[in-house]
Ligand binder design. Sequence first.
Ligand code: GLC
Length: 554
Amino acid sequence: MTGKWWQNKIVYQIYPKSFLDTDGDGFGDLRGIISRLDYLKDLGADILWLCPIYPSPLVDGGYDISDYYGIDPRYGTMDDMDELIAEAKKRDMYILMDLVVNHCSDQHEWFKKACEDPDGKYGHFFYLRNQSEGLPTNWRGHFGSRVWDPLPGTDRQYLHLFAKEQPDLNWENPELREEIYKMINWWLDKGLAGFRIDAIVNIKKPPFVNYEADRKDGLCSIHVPFAHADTEGLGAFLAEMKEKTFAPHDAFTVAEVAGEYEGLLSDFVGEDGYFSSIFDFRASIFGKSDKGWYDWAEITPDDFRNCCFESQRIIGTDGFYANILENHDQPRGVSRFIPGEDLCDTSKKMLAALYFMLRGIPFIYQGQEIGMENAAIDSMDRVNDVDSIDQYQVALNAGCTQEEALAAVQRLSRDNGRTPMQWNDGQNAGFTRGTPWMDVNRNCKTINVRAQEKDPDSVLNFYKKLIALRKDPDYQETLVYGTLEPIWEDRHSLMAYTRTGDRTLLVVGNYQKKAQSIEPDAPVKKILINNYPDVDTEGNSITLKSYQVLILEL
Ligand code: GLC
């Protein structure tokens, strides 16, 4: 699998609401993104993925779209969007939008028309059942509530796998599918390079049957019915969508697909896969519990390593995972994957280098490149995220104290990654001159772009080096297409692998405070990356200092 335009690219994810506000309303906007294109270019980002900027009541951070053809005025205008695409193009950069087509908003005109006439055309765009039937299924949706609610003003009820303001679209209806494809093509014709595709495996609904309840609410986790999903039926939808939209445009697509679909990897991202790439979420969801966030297990350095290698073994060279440390649905990677007492620039750089050289497409989430950390969530009053509000309640219902419930939210809240970008140490971290929609992280005085640009040893400048290495013509073939071989897996708190193509590189990180030694089995030709000024060697042996990471050419 070689020769696709996107295979050697670096992707940067923007959460527009929190990126940069230029008009003082406290919300990030498109003009803010345009004004920072040079910053992103200088970093080395090629493809920019924008989380949803369509008109939306923002019940779920914009993943509840009320008009697929518009730009929410809080973000700007369609002219701004066209300008962003054009300005990116001038810099050899590409723009992706978020494609959210499992559901829309209850404020979308399709849904409003379905309420007016549930038997008419738009009634068939949704999953409607008579209220007199009782609940068609006892499933609990992704955000904790039951998945059926009354269709306003009618005797029907409708399906929603996420919030009740996010009604699910009926993909069984060919008319709906054609509407979706028309919309996708409209955007691609405008010059978008592709899409990040939201919650896409949800479009094929499992049979509407009940399962055993797993909480006092009498409902069962949504993962139970989806374990019985009709994957062939799903594949038919995905193949059709690809053929009618992405393929003719040679678009880059990255889909949000959870681990359960691993057996179908080649269908998803193989040579003729439905998508270019899917995310590797193995480390992000490690320790997950169906009981709720309060019950999630911690992840250790060995667990992190094992997750990365497990995914690499499964995909091999049959496709490209999108490799992430974090995104807008996760806590900050550095806060989650580095033990709290060890969190510092050195350990952040180690983590960055270890995931960045994995085989696949490196994704950077806004602020990750300066080592942004979790927000300090000390009260539920300041929490915005629907998921966090639900999970707080889930923890209380399970008998946790308020402190314990808050601790679970602090650890895993999606708000952790949604605090405004920290541009400088001034008012609101330079994000807005108004009142930010969400509190700025208090550590912005020390962690910010301006300070790091000036400091050659900053996390930001380290990321630039990692990107430059991936783009270096001498190493690009190896890092993009080369194989990956884990080594020394029986060691603790050590993550090491080789990448082999026309060169051989060794990536090794000491994932702990205590020094430890390694002996590469070939002589070191060159040190390409080091998060310390020096390397301790004795004969063949290298002693790695606290959280030292090295990328060596052998
Ligand atoms: C995806 C998005 C998340 C959103 C959900 C529903 O998981 O990443 O932010 O809440 O889909 O659209």
